[in-house]
Design a protein around this ligand. Structure first.
Ligand code: ATP
Ligand code: MG
Length: 493
């Protein structure tokens, strides 16, 4: 056992330390003088490599930017996660903003590190960029590089290999891999959801002329939200719950052996909010929209290419499915192109089979929405059970819907003395939310606006009874003319 008296006296300890550090200084000076600079670097690197190998208590997980030919999702996620982290020792961060981005993006600069703790485990993140000296420009894997395909393929980063290293005590390997990394991925998803700009993809102009049409995209700045939608609260809630359940059910879909997709059919008269509902769903889920206009597609093969060009976590929309194109039904053979207008060579069954089969199994979290004004005119193939998971009727304005619009447009949160009359009128005439919204936009004065709305609804009611009696000219000056008719008469619609 070591006792205090066994320890050297402070002065003896200092003398020993001084002699060791003097020897070290001498050794270092001699090393610097005698060994050439390049050899010094080589020896130091070799020393650290050996030291690293023998220092068996830590483990490094290396996450490269590329996995063979394709991007490594893990690297992309880590980059997003790291953009939210800094510590007091961080000295350099890279920031950037593209024209369509809403926020600046922040990234760790080269060779910067961050330390964080997870369940008491210290994890050190290092971001490494390595320049390759023998890489002439863009790498295609054929130039003899020892990292084929591992360099960025954009000009500017073509010579740089990038990766993250996560260092931690080896004994925590299982926790880091099984708990920490999933935790980081979850966080990343939440960050993306917060920031993601929802995009609207449409078929570009070239689509009409080319065999393989392609998607063009812009930011979807549609302000529609569930909160703003005039819809029965119970239906709204049911739909939001349905969407929530859908996105949580990855494992469930796998377990029951179904592709992770959900189909909705929205039907109802024009101006009842079908397109607004699609925008609200996209904004709610932060899913991109692919607006597929069948008019612009010529062949089954073109359609397949388009569908395969859509990304995961997206909504494929086919509006006005009943009238967008004369689709031969499933029992009719496609008409040869020379006899069919616009060379249409695809069939409804081709579309539906592909959507149900290969397409949906090629991706995850796919939503598909058809809209129509005439559910009765739809091909029964579209309506059969299991084809569209939910049929949603968007109908004329109800009292609850009206209250939502009054709150949106006039900021009326509670009651208004006009409400009673308006509610009575809404009970006896059919008006669309679009028509009422137009009335509510006419002035900022709530009393005036609601007065105008009452006149509009009365006019509509009289117009209907006049129409049904069919004995009075509907342009009779003594009768208030319904707004929609006036617009049409003025040739504005
Ligand atoms: N349910 C609704 N809630 C709130 N606003 C609505 C609603 N329905 C219609 N509107 C208003 O009317 C406008 C037109 O509605 P929208 O384009 O969503 O109707 P639609 O059902 O898609 O019509 P169409 O069948 O002609 O495509 C919207 O921009 C919105 O301002
Ligand atoms: Mg619409």
């Amino acid at each position: 056992m070591v006792t205090l008296s066994d320890l050297p006296s402070p002065s003896a300890a200092y003398a020993a330390y001084a002699s060791v550090s003097a020897s070290a200084m001498l050794l270092r000076t001699t090393f610097n003088q005698v060994v050439p600079r390049q050899l010094q670097d080589f020896l130091l690197k070799a020393f650290f490599r050996i030291f690293k190998r023998t220092n068996t208590s830590t483990l490094a997980l290396v996450v490269d930017q590329f996995d063979g030919m394709s991007r490594n999702d893990l690297f992309d996620s880590f980059e997003i996660y790291m953009s939210t982290k800094t510590n007091p020792k961080t000295e350099r961060l890279k920031i950037a903003k593209r024209s369509k981005d809403k926020h600046v993006s922040i990234k760790l600069a080269q060779n910067e590190n961050i330390v964080e703790f997870f369940q008491g485990i210290k994890i050190k993140w290092l971001f490494v960029c390595e320049e390759s000296e023998n890489m002439p420009g863009r790498n295609n894997g054929r130039n003899g590089s020892k990292y084929p395909n591992e360099y960025g393929n954009r000009p500017g980063d073509s010579k740089t290999k990038k990766w993250f290293e996560l260092r931690f005590e080896k004994l925590h390997k299982e926790t880091v891999i099984n708990s920490y990394i999933p935790f980081v991925l979850e966080k990343t998803k939440a960050i993306q959801n917060d920031k993601k700009v929802v995009k609207l993809h449409t078929l570009g102009n070239k689509a009409l002329y080319s065999e393989a049409p392609a998607w063009d995209s812009i930011n979807l700045e549609h302000p529609s939200t569930f909160e703003k939608l005039a819809m029965e609260p119970s239906e709204k809630k049911a739909l939001m719950d349905d969407l929530d359940l859908f996105v949580q059910r990855k494992e469930y879909y796998k377990k029951v052996g179904r592709a992770w997709k959900r189909g909705y059919l929205l039907y109802g008269p024009p101006g009842t909010g079908k397109s607004s509902l699609i925008a609200a769903m996209a904004n709610y889920l932060k899913f991109d929209i692919y607006d597929l206009q069948l008019m612009n597609v010529k062949h089954d093969s073109g359609l397949r290419k388009l569908l395969l060009g859509t990304a995961n976590r997206s909504i494929l929309v086919i509006e006005d499915i009943d009238c967008s194109v004369e689709l031969p039904d499933r029992n009719t053979k496609p008409v040869p192109s020379d006899r069919q207008p616009r060379d249409l060579q695809f069939t409804l069954s081709g579309l539906l089979n592909f959507i149900d089969g290969l397409w949906s199994s090629c991706g995850d979290e796919r939503i598909i929405i058809f809209t129509t004004n005439n559910k009765d005119k739809l091909d029964p193939a579209l309506l059969r059970p299991g084809r569209m998971d939910k049929h949603i009727h968007m109908s004329y304005l109800s009292n609850n819907g009206f209250k939502t619009l009054a709150s949106n447009y006039l900021d009326i949160k509670d009651q208004h003395w006009r409400y009673r009359e308006i509610e009575e009128l809404l009970g006896s005439v059919q008006v669309t939310p679009a028509e009422v919204a137009e009335e509510l936009m006419k002035t900022n004065d709530a009393d005036l606006c609601l007065g105008g709305l009452v006149n509009f609804l009365r006019g509509r009611k009289r117009g209907r009874s006049v129409e049904s009696k069919d004995d009075v000219d509907s342009t009779d000056e003594t009768q208030p003319v319904p707004e929609t008719k006036r617009i049409k008469a003025n040739g504005r619609q």
